[in-house]
Design a protein around this ligand. Sequence first.
Ligand SMILES: [Zn+2]
Ligand SMILES: [Zn+2]
Length: 388
Amino acid sequence: MINERYREDRERRRLGSLTVYAGPTHSGKTKKLEAEAERAMRQGRRMQRLTAVADANELLNQLDPLTELVTVDDAQHYDDRLLDVLNDLATLHRVDVVAAGWELDYAGRAAGPMPELLCAADFASKLDDGVCAQPGCRNPASRTQRFHAINGTPERFLPVCRRHHTAEARALTFQEIWFDEPSGSLDLISGCMFSGKTQELIRRLDQARYAGSTIQAFKPALDDRYAIEAVASHREIRFPAIAVPDAGALRDQLRDETRVVGIDEAQFFGPDIVSLAEELASRGRHVIIAGLDLDFLARPFGPMPLLAAHADRLTKLQASCQYADCGSRQATRTQRLVDGVPAPVDAPLVVIGGAATYQARCRHHHRIGLAPRSEPEAVTVAEESAEL
Ligand SMILES: [Zn+2]
Ligand SMILES: [Zn+2]
């Protein structure tokens, strides 16, 4: 049934996707949204702007069944249910959804549903081409700075780089001391399995190595699929790495002279990897992190939403869908298969080795198996064998 619907929708060129634009104030998020809306109108597609409701579920009630593209601006104001609502719009209603919003508030805190949306999106972009508002600074702006109202000038919000951001509101004049420190950054490479995250991480580490930078690479110790002390992609490209059990051990292993820090499989670290990455980047290190943004049930994975929110630069990679005859190059989900059928919802989050295999799938072909005892088994097997 699902397949027939998929075929029909594909013939009508209606598939459903989720695009998310994030970035600081004045980074052009709303312009991006308007450009997508304009393109839809030129193509004669029915579009709807869903706005001005605080309740995410209300968005579904507003939906016109003929709508093909929906835009949602200021997504940071919605509650956490926005993630499920937008996923439903894209996957079940087959609507192209474009959402935009702040992933960090002006104090630099991740809040609202934007961090998780950056993980769940098929296409996610942090608009980072704006330059810091600090005169003379050439760093890309990734934070929103709040400035005091002075002498009749109202309170202002301007985009600034990581180095020129303070959590507290401040005056427009800057202290020159900031220029004495080296400028650090946090880059995140995210995506599903087989999207080339590790290859991209190694490519960037190699670039730094050619430039003569002092580099250290790390990976969580539990992942020993390919090598104990190397970051290794599925295509056997390697970079020497230290396997560490947690963020604390990573900190202990860091040498003072290290300028570039690479971290692979970041989804397996605890939440303290976020504060460590922030600290390293704010103290002048170039931190490059790669990780799976969604787990095998397509839920945001561990610290990845917060890393996506705090990153100065986000590179979201896609794979090709491995579902037979799909052909979509927008696979963003990781399908776990056990004995050829989708792993059930109650399967453990992390399986090292064993019988499980993985595939990259688009959102329309990602499947969650039924829990063995809660449903008659015959239904599960028949349905899935028809699909596989
Ligand atoms: Zn700056
Ligand atoms: Zn597919």
